[in-house]
Design a protein around this ligand. Structure first.
Ligand SMILES: [Zn+2]
Ligand SMILES: [Zn+2]
Ligand SMILES: [Zn+2]
Length: 363
């Protein structure tokens, strides 16, 4: 429930600072005349179930690079992990997709692997069964554990997904990627350091504080004579989806119009520590969040990134202050020269209204 607003009062033009990384700002400019960029004409994503010539479709297993693991291991697989044919590490072609210090890893000993998320070629996350998604998150976690155990010089394992041509997916078959690297990506490093500084000052995790705020921010308006509740406003203003263990939140300073973050409700620094029995709830929150995004945007093309505490020398020290999360960034507009040049993101949809529209989707 929210307070009724007139169209004029919905217009927002303000600079918002990312509470976790204060050096990052977003210009929220919703007035039509203020819009500095155009909506992107999305190329349609490939929705076919099976493509004869696709190396990631069943029956073409011999066309993929060497297998790392398959689920199930025998017979018709549902998820497959293979080495990357065009690894970003040692290859300078794909760097444009990355904003962090990947350059530093080029000469390193990182690994780049591909997870074929589903045997159906063009299936979207929200179309996958919940138990399949839970298994997929389990595969992410298993591989993170294996890679950290394999080589202690690896400090970060980045799991991410590009879905749809707008998000830079080069192979249309649905897949995720895993990059294990000897350095911590710059944006994760900034989150880790800033949340540690916040913890030192306030003695609590800033991510937990943001979840509490999202859950408890509300105002109740009572009828003066009868004392009855007349209406509640702004209840859970930033909450998009809530499960038993996980929550999907629209960040106050969202860089992208439809950006949503998923976090564990209870403090947890490392994705590697998620209990197997909690994966079903994570899958449910993810599936419902993606269904909401897909309905509102009309076919979501997105990048998502898993941010978890780095396995460096300070892992233990950062465990109380860092909180893992999944950042989902749907691509609906092309960054302008202004954004690229200034580093200031421009968001043309008021995050509070975006959250409201996402919540309003009937599932
Ligand atoms: Zn395919
Ligand atoms: Zn926390
Ligand atoms: Zn993050």
């Amino acid at each position: 429930m929210s307070e009724p607003n007139t169209p004029e009062s919905n217009e927002v033009r303000e600079i918002r600072t990312n509470p976790i990384v204060p050096s990052e700002s977003v210009l929220v400019a919703t007035a039509r005349s203020m819009r500095p960029k155009k909506a992107e004409e999305l190329a349609p994503r490939d929705t076919r179930k099976h493509v004869e010539t696709c190396p990631f479709c069943r029956g073409n297993e011999h066309k993929t690079p060497p297998l790392i693991l398959a689920v199930p291991p025998e017979g018709d697989w549902n998820i497959r992990m293979v080495e990357n044919l065009y690894p970003v590490l040692g290859d300078d072609r794909s760097q444009a997709n990355f904003t962090f210090g990947l350059q530093q890893t080029i000469d390193g000993y990182g690994r780049h692997e591909v997870i074929i998320d589903h045997h159906e070629h063009g299936i979207a996350i929200h179309e996958m069964a919940e138990d399949h998604l839970a298994t997929l998150f389990g595969v992410y976690q298993l591989r993170m554990r294996q890679l950290f155990a394999l080589d202690e010089r690896l400090k970060y394992v980045l799991v991410f997904k590009n879905f749809g041509p707008a998000a830079g997916a080069s192979i249309p078959h649905t897949h995720s990627q895993v990059i294990a690297m000897p350095v911590v990506p710059e944006n994760v490093d900034a989150e880790v350091k800033n949340s540690a500084a916040h913890f030192a000052k306030h003695h609590h995790c800033i991510f937990c504080a943001l979840i509490d705020e999202a859950l408890t921010f509300e105002a109740t308006i009572y009828d003066r004579s009868s004392g009855a509740v007349r209406r509640k406003i702004n209840v859970g203003q930033y909450v998009v989806e809530r499960g038993e263990k996980f929550i999907a939140i629209k960040p106050f300073a969202s860089r992208y119009e439809w950006e949503v973050h998923i976090l564990p409700l209870e403090h947890q620094a490392d994705f590697v520590d998620v209990r197997a029995e909690d994966m079903a709830d994570l899958a449910r929150v993810m599936k419902r969040t993606m269904a909401r995004l897909d309905a509102v945007i009309g076919g979501a093309q997105y990048n998502f990134f898993l941010h978890s505490v780095p396995h460096d020398a300070k892992r233990e020290a950062h465990a109380p202050s860092y909180h893992w999360h999944l950042e989902i960034c749907p691509r609906t507009s092309i960054p302008t020269g202004f954004e690229l040049g200034s580093g200031l993101f421009v968001n043309t949809v008021n995050p509070e209204q975006a959250a409201e529209r996402l919540r309003a989707v009937e599932l």
